[in-house]
Design a protein around this ligand. Structure first.
Ligand code: ZN
Length: 389
């Protein structure tokens, strides 16, 4: 695999909220791994990329997506959507469950739910559309699962389960709490569909009382997917629990403002995750992650380098995955971007702060250049990388 040296980076965003900006203008990559980051690196490399002062950020990690079959989603009859998302800076997708499978009886019976998770996991382990890392096989929790089912999914490498179709009138029997314990014992994270009923029409409504009874790791689309829980419940989850809280493009923008007021009051920025909750019923939004970072930066007032952490490092940490951080020893998943010609901003971060979409020049996954020059999904950035082999 060719080694890569990226030089003349203007601003480097790490994806790590503790230290979101780093004083470094070069990155050296070997075997798809970042080996060195610093100023004026001059290692001999097979490929030299001149970033010409652009901003480098970790590849975006969509915290909530709905892949079904490879790069095809029947929910929107859309082909190549993952490739389009990659052109929007996305290098990893985390599945919130493959529930939009045509004909799938909802809620699925336990055997079908386990089988579906295993098939999705095995297929995406064997296929990376446009190089994108698809973390799929999320088990949809339904009544009647056995502890052995959790052994089965853990053995397959599945690291996420989700409450969406569970019948919460059964909570007094303790089964849901046992599911959470069985998952935790195996290093599997628990997500819950929060708020109102989903497009399926058969998901259960979950506000503060249900969510705090389940004790999930991640409250899926707390600001709506598409309908949020009541505002007071959102505030209580931030104030009274330590769960991760996910903001999705499918949701309610007014509730994002409420959520972020509560997050700011508690200094809980490390708990905020960004996803799209797409395709589902919302559609294909290749620039969805960028738009959400833009909204948080320009409307909510989160510094852009911190909003980027919510779309990268925070998502990896919440899901127990070593993705979303740009530093030595990590996979070289990164994006080079700049302001778009005509924007009043001075660079990519200033674009986010002013509410302007930045333009993408390079997307790299595992050290491999997937977009080199300009993205097909953003207008061209003012500066573009010069790549010499
Ligand atoms: Zn969803």
């Amino acid at each position: 695999m060719p080694s890569v040296l990226i030089k003349n980076i203007g601003v480097l965003v790490t994806g790590n909220l503790k230290n979101p900006l780093r004083n470094a203008d070069s990155i050296y990559i070997e075997d798809g791994i970042i080996r060195a980051t610093g100023n004026g690196l001059n290692q001999r490399a097979d490929i030299v990329t001149d970033a010409r002062g652009m901003t480098a950020i970790p590849g975006l990690v969509d915290s909530h997506s709905h892949p079904t079959f490879g790069d095809f989603t029947p929910a929107q009859n859309s082909l190549s959507w993952i490739t389009h998302y990659m052109h929007g800076g996305v290098t990893a997708l985390i599945s919130a469950g493959e529930l939009h499978l045509p004909g799938l009886p909802l809620p699925p019976d336990p055997q079908t739910a386990v089988a579906l998770a295993l098939v999705a996991k095995r297929c995406y382990d064997n296929l990376r559309p446009a190089g994108v890392k698809v973390h799929a096989g999320t088990l949809l929790l339904v009544p009647g699962l056995k502890e052995a089912d959790f052994d089965t999914i853990a053995a397959a490498g599945i690291r996420l389960v989700k409450f969406i179709f569970y019948d919460y009138s059964l909570l007094p029997n303790g089964e849901a709490e046992r599911y959470v314990d069985w998952a935790r014992k195996r290093g599997i994270k628990v997500k819950i569909h929060s708020g109102g009923v989903s497009r399926s029409g058969v998901s259960q409504v979950a506000g503060f009382d249900i969510v705090s009874r389940i004790r999930p790791d991640i409250v899926g689309h707390i600001t709506g997917g598409p309908i949020p829980m009541p505002e007071k419940d959102v505030e209580r989850i931030v104030a009274e629990t330590d769960y991760y809280v996910e903001i999705c493009s499918s949701g309610n923008a007014r509730m994002v403002l409420s959520l972020m007021r509560a997050v700011t009051a508690k200094s809980a920025f490390d708990r905020v995750l960004i996803g799209t909750d797409t395709p589902g019923g919302t559609g294909i939004i290749p620039r969805g992650m960028l738009r959400e970072v833009c909204f948080l930066s320009s409307v909510v007032g989160v510094p852009p380098e911190r909003a980027i952490c919510m779309a990268t490092g925070n998502v990896g940490r919440a899901h127990g995955l070593a993705i979303g951080i740009l530093e030595e020893g990590r996979a070289a998943d990164l994006v080079l971007m700049d302001k778009i010609h005509g924007s009043v901003a001075k660079d990519a971060l200033d674009s986010f702060a002013k509410g302007d979409l930045p333009g993408i020049s390079v997307v790299m996954i595992d050290g491999e250049i997937r977009v080199g020059g300009r993205s097909q999904q953003t207008p061209p950035p003012e500066r573009t990388a010069v790549i010499e082999e």
